[in-house]
Ligand binder design. Structure first.
Ligand code: AHR
Length: 330
């Protein structure tokens, strides 16, 4: 780590300008993955060349986010999009970002798989003069003013919301925390928010890397290591769905013997809530392609944009209905 003070996207901190986007859930607020209607074209009349480095395809959330981005950054909307999937590997993202610099795109957008390790490439981008739009996750870097604008959810608030439900509804629960990709903004901040509320109830933690398969493996091990656990707080639905498989294979009943509190609110996660296998889900809305397109267009045109755009999340308990789930756009 270099000597100067690190800068980090401070969602809860004081910022000069923050736009709050209320995206309605359960089918409202978006027109679906394929119908996330784009913007009306580059305001300069020129096509905007965008390099987008997506971190992977690890979850239902990520798939919905990718579909939303692609549906909005279309040729008809005035964009020439180069989309690269990094398969959850930082080195792949760094290579993609360098390729975008070499291609001299107009705007670079990326969703960083973890927070640290970007100093060198962010400095290279800055030296090239190409503006950066940060998407979804956050960075922790020594580079001054490393991006023009960021759009994503308040991960810490998501953890806090989950913790408050536990405090109210299961104050004696013995909790195993199923962490996302270690060092990612989503893991770091959800864990911090949750821990501040019910940290004294956590009896163990392990990472499932935001995937269903690794979530299942982590919970299989946790069932052995923490036989007295009565709850899992999972940092995303996919890992929680893997947890259900592990719990059922161990002869226990998810949602009863072991309660599950999750984050995301993808259709499969909400179906688990209707089926009473999940107990509570804090939403993290991935469908913000239209807003991203508007930001990119303004950045390309040199217009002022807010430093942060926070996508507002809702939360769901077991009162959610099958009709709500069926109407879900992702
Ligand atoms: O960064 C957002 C998180 O990444 C989502 O909660 C998770 O499902 C995804 O992998």
């Amino acid at each position: 780590m270099k000597g100067n003070t690190r800068t980090r996207t401070a969602i809860a901190g004081a910022v000069s300008a923050i736009t709050i986007l209320a995206l309605a859930a359960c089918g409202g607020g978006d027109t679906g993955a394929g119908g996330d209607s784009g913007s009306s074209g580059g305001s300069s009349g020129d096509t905007i060349r965008v390099g987008f480095s997506q971190l992977g395809a690890e979850s239902g959330w990520r798939t919905a986010n990718t579909e939303s981005v692609k549906a909005s950054l279309t040729k008809d909307a005035g964009f020439d999009l180069t989309f690269v999937d990094a398969q959850q590997k930082q080195e792949n993202q760094i290579k993609a970002l360098r390729d975008f610099v070499a291609q001299d795109v107009d705007v670079i957008a990326f969703s960083p798989v973890i927070e640290t390790g970007w100093d060198e490439v962010l400095q290279e981008i800055k030296d090239s003069g190409i503006p950066v739009v940060l998407v979804d996750r956050t960075v922790d870097t020594t580079v001054d003013d490393p991006y023009v604008t960021w759009i994503g959810a308040d991960f810490k608030q998501e953890g806090t919301t989950a913790g408050e439900w536990v405090k109210e509804n299961a104050p004696d629960a013995k909790i195993f925390e199923l962490q996302g990709t270690l060092g990612s903004g989503a893991q770091v901040d959800r864990e911090a928010g949750f821990g501040e509320v019910v940290g004294d109830q956590i009896i163990g933690k392990a990472s499932g890397n935001f995937t269903r398969a690794e979530g299942k493996t982590a919970v299989e091990a946790a069932l052995q290591a923490y036989p007295d656990m009565t709850m899992i707080f999972t940092h995303n639905d996919d890992m929680g769905l893997g947890a259900i498989e592990a719990i059922e294979a161990a002869g226990k009943v998810p949602g009863k013997d072991i309660q599950i509190v999750s984050v995301d609110g993808v259709r499969d996660g909400l179906q688990a809530l209707v089926d009473k296998k999940f107990n509570y889900v804090v939403e993290c809305n991935p469908v913000f392609g239209d807003q991203l397109a508007d930001l990119i267009k303004k950045v390309a045109d040199g217009e002022d944009v807010p430093k942060e755009t926070i996508v507002i999340d809702k939360a769901f308990d077991q009162t959610i209905t099958q009709a709500d789930v069926d109407a879900r756009a992702y």
